[in-house]
Design a protein around this ligand. Structure first.
Ligand code: TXA
Ligand code: MG
Length: 347
């Protein structure tokens, strides 16, 4: 069992990153902050090190990993060729919360791609992430640094809760700015968003034209259906509580939540409502947690995972309202629907 070392990089972004880089070159595991969520990193070119990630998270091995680079030019060693669409998107959105999936080169181990012929690559804009990846000198394979199935970690305490004693180093960079994982875009003939994130469909389309959104983004996979992104198969972001989503206009959704809340409470179940500042007045006398303003989806996204973790185990039922799936709303609803196991009430 590794003896986990914790470094704070909040005031000094490269504190601990030299040691972390060494740990990576020796085949160890490092949890590190990014602008989206914390990552659980290993040497992306070392199959044994990559296998340790799957063990530490309890992650199914057919779910491929993202390679994190510190320079745009590093993609040349990882992709068979760099498509023009990728170049255009890297110019516009890297470093930043956009992961690009292209045909892989021979340098990428099967353990990273779970045997697929493509590989996902991203360049974070977080200073600690960049200093750490530079110190390691290799691409860092990293999924989100949570136990598989749980909400992704948006601060170091979440990583400590899930992975203490299972990783060699944790770099604590404070709260993640975005709080939701990167957009994953497959650059096939017709580009497809496999997972929505802070770089929105609208932003991508303004740069490269029409893109599709994979059906699995907002609906469960049908029995026997093949996932374009294997990650979409699994229950995700699930707290230790039932999550119920109410849809409809704000007042209709609130009406559904009030009714179900009162029923559940009568049955002796502990309830919490994830509300916005605008909808909180609908819930007088009931327990609410305001996760942001519905006019500010950045704020709602940044707080969703920590709210799900906060009530994991301390509530039996978590109620939340659906939002429009435009812009950032698509990422928010993708995470919320998955956390609920697609439990949506519309009346
Ligand atoms: O923001 C993020 O992307 C964070 C931080 C740490 O960078 N990472 C992250 O990794 O969310 P992970 O492993 O939790 O999610 C990666 C997603 C999964 O849904 C996986 O199936 C998909 O990307 N993916 C990875 N490689 C793929 C590939 N070659 N083809 C299709 N999907 C892929
Ligand atoms: Mg994840």
């Amino acid at each position: 069992m590794p003896d986990t070392k914790l470094f704070s990089t909040i005031t000094q972004p490269d504190n601990g990153t030299r040691l972390a880089g060494q740990v990576i070159r020796q085949g160890g595991l490092v949890a590190f902050p990014t602008e989206t969520v914390y990552g659980l990193g290993a040497n992306g070119l070392d199959p044994d090190a990559v296998m340790r990630i799957f063990e530490a998270k309890g992650r199914p091995q057919d779910n491929p990993l993202i390679l994190h680079v510190a320079r745009k030019s590093d993609v040349k060693q990882l992709w068979r060729r760099v498509p023009d669409t990728a170049r255009a998107l890297m110019d516009e959105f890297w470093p930043g919360p956009l992961t690009l999936v292209c045909a892989r080169s021979g340098a990428v181990p099967d353990e990273v791609t779970a045997g697929l012929d493509t590989v996902a690559v991203r360049m974070s804009d977080n200073k600690t992430a960049l200093a750490f990846i530079r110190a390691a000198g290799v691409p860092i394979a990293a999924p989100s640094a949570n136990t598989s199935g749980k909400p992704s970690p948006t601060c170091a305490q979440h990583v400590i809760d899930d992975l203490w004693g299972k990783v060699d180093v944790i770099l604590d960079g404070g709260q993640c700015r975005i709080g939701m994982e990167s957009t994953v875009l497959l650059l096939a003939k017709r580009p497809v968003i496999l997972r929505p994130g802070a770089v929105t469909r609208e932003q991508i389309e303004s740069r490269i034209g029409a893109v599709e959104v994979a059906p699995s983004v907002l609906s469960p996979l049908a029995e026997g259906e093949r996932a374009a992104s294997p990650g979409m198969k699994y229950r995700h972001y699930a707290p230790d509580a039932q999550v119920i989503v109410a849809s409809g206009t704000p007042s209709a959704a609130a009406g559904i939540i009030r009714r179900e809340y009162d029923r559940a409470e009568n049955d002796g179940r502990r309830c919490i409502i994830l509300a916005s500042r605008e909808t909180q007045p609908f819930y007088r006398g009931r327990k609410c947690d305001i996760i942001g303003s519905s006019a500010n989806m950045e704020e709602m996204c940044a707080n969703l995972f920590s709210a799900l973790r906060r009530y994991s185990g301390s509530a039996d039922v978590i109620f939340a309202e659906s939002v429009s799936t435009d812009e950032l709303g698509l990422a928010y609803m993708n995470r919320l629907l998955r956390a609920s196991g697609f439990t949506i009430l519309n009346r």
